[in-house]
Design a protein around this ligand. Structure first.
Ligand code: ADP
Length: 161
């Protein structure tokens, strides 16, 4: 049984993430979306909220689950008995950072294989940080996230100064 983890901040989960999850769920027996509880970046949603939004978004995929984790991603992979780690790659945004992290993770856990999914063309430009900025300014976000995430973003950004 091949188990893959898909770690990230998911603040919040977007259609770009979900497109990757859908493709991964066809390739691996089980996919665990790992919501990183304490990333070093400004968060809009709490870990519990990010897990809940992700769970609702992927509810129809029987071999996908969502868990939060803290600490090293490789330790989360070990805990989940995962052989594979999934990441998504957008054209210009991700490669260098992913490469650095992949080299480090290879040192920390050599048996863990990294599988990168090229982002779909329509989501190449989509990042959670840009999404939050647009949502905060009242821009249209409905084609970029599931309806319950759009609703949560509108609610959250309205309450922010
Ligand atoms: P992180 O803080 O680890 O980058 P993110 O939630 O921003 O967490 O992203 C999680 C993973 O999903 C990363 O591998 C990122 O490159 C990928 N990703 C983010 N947005 C997209 C997208 N629009 N299409 C495909 N992959 C994406």
């Amino acid at each position: 049984m091949t188990i893959a983890i898909y770690p990230g901040s998911f603040d919040p989960i977007t259609n770009g993430h979900l497109e990757v999850v859908g493709r991964a769920a066809k390739l691996f027996d089980k996919v665990v979306v790992g919501v990183y509880a304490t990333p070093a970046k400004g968060l809009l949603f709490t870990a519990e909220e990010r897990v809940e939004l992700a769970r609702q978004a992927i509810g129809n995929l029987p071999n996908v689950e969502v868990e939060s984790f803290a600490g090293l991603t490789v330790d989360f992979a070990r805990k989940m008995n995962a052989q594979v780690m999934i990441r998504g790659l957008r054209m210009t945004l991700d490669f260098e950072r992913e490469f650095d992290m992949a080299m480090m993770n290879k040192k920390l856990y050599p048996e863990l294989e990294l599988v990168c999914f090229m982002s779909a063309q329509e989501y190449q430009f989509l990042s959670a940080s840009l999404l939050k900025e647009v949502a905060g300014l009242g821009g249209p976000i409905d084609s970029l996230v599931p309806p319950h995430v759009a609703e949560a973003l509108r609610r959250k950004t309205k309450n922010k100064p």
